[in-house]
Design a protein around this ligand. Structure first.
Ligand code: NG6
Ligand code: CA
Length: 527
């Protein structure tokens, strides 16, 4: 159970009615309550996709300007040691939204576009927490946590069950999975947005629909060639993972995805500016296929991946502008981060690798997305809350994990969590708001081969494994696996170049104990 630090938030910023109501988690909200709590901060959790630790100008990016993120950081806190809980999207987002490490569940790997909802409706999510605290809650953008009750049995032509609405989100406008997976349509409030009755939708991850071209059979139809995988159904001139048929006018155009996500986010902000709101804004950028709008093209030397970063930066600017124009900037906490580390060639021939021109997406760290090395999970984290956090602050080195965002925000809104909720999340609001530089005792990082790696402020430990050492299905990336225990001194050797396990047996024992604790603490909650 979370301990709420009353000293942090004077009762004056929380109406007394809010305090009383928050104590009854899951209780129905009395009519009119939301309007009485205007002072409670709105929270926008803005999560980029595959944006690396080194991909933003304020984190040392080369060849690319990110002026809007610079402005956000200039008005807020920039952290240099924040870790996603996993090196791919689905498990990372699972941890973020549930406060439970994904490795506790076997079914939390990268989800297909027709996967059933991974989070069960009876689980308590960060959106439930905000909702029960009287917030209006929304999820806009990439979802990738499954939809519907049963894999492959969703009715894309009717109403879906087991959607974000069953997980505490009052509103959603989402892509089912990622832009490289079918179905290539948005879902809004349980149905396909802009549904086209003349083009019923069928989806399969097993076989193609008769007569439908694929990237493999009709490469001449592609405007962006695949480099590995991604050779199945063609939508908008790009072949994807999985097969789909139909969609008609509901199909997205890749160049408009950011506009669509931003447009819905601005509308959400404007519609809910007079009540406390929580917005989980998950961009499609900079995940593959990278096909940003023309207006972001060619302004940097890195090609499509650079353009996608520019488009992400624009998104951040539009969101800042929206809260400023709505007059709620001072009362809106914006948290910017990424779901996992970066990757250059992730399956499309977008020349991302050859056009890096000296830019290092990971900021020089070892490994990339998928990896147990730091490049897989070290992510940018910027927190802006005008008047409440010190502007232009760099918090150097304080160890922070996404897993604690849930409980910290619960503390922020004084929500009392039900027993068993967010079992791995701890309240570190003071760290998030720059009031404490205390390290998290350890963070755990799940690689794409499901290896749990742990690190504390000084040491990183990766247990010995005989699993593959390089990803063997496409990108040229170290998994982090080695047949021997690996121990790195993260202060002297942040790039994990020298394994000191043999020369530091006592430290190794200590990290093994931490690993045991990190991968076995707390009973799995009863869901
Ligand atoms: C991989 C895809 C990759 C990306 C990733 C998930 C292939 C060959 N590669 O399987 O392109 O979609 O899954 O990325 O299919 S994530 O950021 O959503 O986790
Ligand atoms: Ca991702």
């Amino acid at each position: 159970m979370i301990h709420i630090n009353d000293k942090q938030f004077p009762a004056s910023i929380l109406g007394t009615s809010a305090l009383m109501l928050c104590q009854a988690a899951h209780a129905a909200q009395p009519a009119g309550k939301k309007d009485t709590d205007r002072k409670r901060p709105n929270v926008i959790l803005l999560i980029a996709d595959d944006l690396g630790y080194g991909d933003l100008e304020c984190y040392g990016a080369k060849n690319i300007e990110t002026p809007n993120v610079n402005r956000l950081a200039g008005q807020g806190i920039r952290f240099t040691n924040c870790h996603a809980t996993a090196a791919t999207s689905t498990p990372s987002r699972y941890g973020l939204l549930t406060g439970e490490y994904a490795w506790r569940r076997p079914d939390t790997d990268v989800a297909a576009g027709n996967a059933a909802s991974i989070i069960k409706p009876e689980q308590y999510t960060i959106a439930d927490m905000f909702h029960d605290a009287g917030y209006y809650t929304g999820a806009i953008g990439k979802w990738h946590l499954g939809l519907g009750e049963t894999t492959g049995e969703q009715n894309w032509n009717g109403r879906l069950s087991h959607t974000p609405r069953d997980l505490g989100f009052d509103y959603h406008y989402i892509q089912a999975a990622t832009a490289d997976r079918v179905p290539c349509v948005y879902l809004e409030q349980d149905t396909v947005a802009n549904y086209d009755p003349t083009a019923p939708i069928s989806v399969s991850y097993k076989r193609n629909f008769e007569g439908e071209p694929t990237g493999a059979s009709h490469p001449e139809l592609l405007k962006l060639m695949y480099s590995h995988g991604h050779n199945q159904s063609i939508v908008d001139g790009i072949s994807r993972i999985g097969y789909m048929k139909g969609g008609g006018t509901a199909l997205w155009k890749d160049e408009n995805i950011a506009d669509s996500i931003v447009g819905h986010s601005i509308r959400f902000i404007n519609e809910h500016k007079d009540e406390p709101f929580f917005l989980y804004l998950a961009t499609n950028d900079v995940h593959v296929p990278r096909w940003p709008h023309e207006r972001f093209r060619g302004k940097n030397s890195m090609g499509l991946r650079g353009d996608a970063i520019a488009q992400f930066d624009w998104t951040v600017g539009e969101v800042m502008k929206a809260v400023e124009e709505a007059g709620i900037a001072d009362n809106t906490l914006i948290i910017l981060s990424s779901d996992n580390g970066p990757v250059v060639d992730d399956g499309y021939a977008d020349r991302a690798e050859e056009l890096l021109n000296g830019h290092s997406p990971t900021g020089g760290l070892r490994g990339f997305k998928y990896s147990g090395y730091e490049g897989g999970t070290m992510v940018p984290l910027i927190v802006r809350w005008p008047g409440r956090v010190q502007p232009a602050t760099k918090i150097n080195g304080t160890l922070i994990s996404h897993i604690d965002i849930f409980a910290s925000l619960a503390a922020l809104v004084k929500a009392k969590l039900p027993e068993g909720a967010a079992p791995d999340s701890e309240n570190r609001l003071d760290q998030m708001l720059g009031k404490s530089k205390k390290h998290r005792p350890w963070v755990s990082e799940l690689s794409s081969t499901r290896m749990i790696c742990v690190r504390n402020n000084k040491w990183k430990y990766i247990p010995a494994s005989n699993k593959m050492q390089m990803i063997n299905w496409g990108p040229n990336i170290e998994t982090g696996n080695q047949p021997v225990d690996q121990l790195f001194n993260m202060i002297d050797d942040p790039d994990e170049t020298t394994n000191v396990a043999e020369s530091h047996p006592r430290v190794l024992q200590m990290m093994k104990r931490i690993h045991q604790e990190a991968s076995a603490t707390k009973a799995t909650p009863s869901h």
